[in-house]
Ligand binder design. Structure first.
Ligand SMILES: NC(=O)c1ccc[n+]([C@@H]2O[C@H](COP(=O)([O-])OP(=O)(O)OC[C@H]3O[C@@H](n4cnc5c(N)ncnc54)[C@H](OP(=O)(O)O)[C@@H]3O)[C@@H](O)[C@H]2O)c1
Length: 396
């Protein structure tokens, strides 16, 4: 059964590709047209993560790259090339997408919703009725901040924290309609926030926490030296604890007992590929690919404080007298909103199938720091420089 993968150069896609190459002699990479040499980018990932040289050397022969335009009907291919591609496939993994949380909705719809429509058309056209494995997100659950989000839920009753969530929700709605219309199975995989302890490297894709860290760092720099200074611990004694004097203090709406689900990207890819090995039910099978323990919001706060050199106070409501720095941070409400989340993602289906083997290693402060800052924390200033010698052997 030949398999195609979209988004193979992405943070998650690279790990999915690694898993797929473990069981498939070759994989068709549906690469983002005009976005650079996919084989080179993929090879660099494997080199940097300690893959054996012979494995890397064989990659050009094992990857068949087809340049595609997700937003275009027929993926931007000629009718004939599209049909030939479709007929050669037994399975399609759709991991490509825009994860720009606060992106322009029409743009996000073009990539995440129309892109999914065109991948569904590819699945529909295939002579061998390829099964689609669609990478969604647990955050299609939207703005409901408390309670439990279940795998079979899909509604927009609570609205969404950001345009990204909405676009991913709409893509799932499309999938359900397609599956009903064509009587075809689709496996929907909903990971939570994906993280790694692999240190940042300019040749590797960023992950969401890296993006958040960069935004806060940029906001801090843009606010300039006039930002209000803090002299230590926050009002609950936690947020400023251990921080040097003189760090700007920001008040961010958040819940002191909030929690977020962060999952190791490598483990998420493993679970997803195992799930894909199951015989699909015939309709849409949706799985939450999440960690068995949530990370407390105060841990995320401490992480950001250490990385960005801020003192963060979680407050219940948005203050009226925002400082320049707070106004900049508030410019990304769809991102900071997650600090107010207390909900849990139910993953009964995954656990029922895999039992304890679905459990992940802990994601704690040290783990997260490893994936964000390879050296000692820098209080402020330019973004962290990657280490000269990338510790690839750790990730072999
Ligand atoms: N990262 C997370 O924490 C997370 C959590 C839950 C769900 N997800 C979902 O997981 C999937 C993969 O995310 P990721 O973290 O791997 O994102 P990523 O690192 O930003 O990678 C996105 C991938 O999609 C490709 N892509 C983007 N726009 C495209 C377009 N217009 N046409 C064709 N390809 C395009 C990119 O190719 P280029 O690099 O060549 O542009 C890249 O390979 C997404 O569907 C996302 O919604 C991610």
């Amino acid at each position: 059964m030949h398999v195609a993968l979209t988004g193979a150069t992405g943070f998650l896609g690279l790990r999915l590709l690694r898993r797929l190459l473990g069981t498939h002699r070759s994989v068709t990479v549906l690469a983002h047209a005009g976005s650079g040499d996919a084989v080179h980018r993929i090879s660099r990932f494997f080199e940097l993560t300690g893959a054996p040289e012979p494995f890397v050397a064989e990659l050009p022969g094992r990857l068949r790259v087809v340049e595609t335009e997700l937003e275009q009907p027929g993926l931007g291919l000629s009718r004939r090339a599209f049909q030939e591609l479709a007929d050669g496939l037994g399975a399609i993994w759709h991991s490509a997408g825009s994860i720009n949380l606060e992106g322009d909705l029409p743009e996000l719809r073009r990539t995440n919703v129309e892109g999914t429509r065109h991948v569904l058309e590819l699945a529909a056209a295939g002579r061998h009725r390829p099964v689609l494995h669609h990478v969604s997100t647990a955050f299609v659950a939207g703005s409901r901040r408390e309670g439990v989000a279940y795998e079979d839920e899909l509604d927009d009753a609570n609205g969404f924290e950001n345009t990204y969530e909405r676009s991913k929700y709409e893509a799932e709605v499309l999938i359900h309609a397609w599956s009903r219309q064509h009587r075809r199975p689709v496996v929907v995989l909903r990971p939570s926030i994906l993280v790694t302890d692999l240190p940042p490297h300019p040749e590797l894709p960023s992950h969401p926490l890296q993006v958040i860290e960069r935004i806060l760092r940029d906001a801090r720099r843009a606010a300039g030296p006039g930002s209000p200074a803090s002299d230590g611990a926050g009002s609950d004694g936690l947020h400023g604890a251990g921080l040097p004097h003189g760090r700007p203090r920001v008040r961010i709406v958040g819940h002191p007992h909030g929690r977020l689900n962060l999952m190791q990207v490598e483990h998420a890819a493993e679970v997803m590929v195992r799930l894909a090995g199951r015989t699909p039910s015939g309709g849409v099978d949706t799985y939450h690919v999440v960690h068995d323990r949530d990370v407390p919001v105060p841990t995320i706060v401490t992480l950001l404080e250490r990385l960005v050199g801020l003192s963060i106070d979680l407050v219940a409501t948005k203050p009226d007298d925002l400082s320049a720095l707070e106004a900049l941070v508030d410019f990304y409400p769809g991102l900071t909103a997650y600090l107010a989340h207390c909900r849990r993602f139910d993953d009964t289906r995954v656990r029922a199938l895999f039992g304890p083997s679905a459990a992940s290693r802990p994601v704690d402060l040290d783990y997260l720091l490893c994936g964000l800052l390879p050296r000692n924390p820098v209080p402020a200033g330019p973004s962290p420089t990657p280490t000269a010698a990338f510790p690839s052997a750790r990730y072999a």
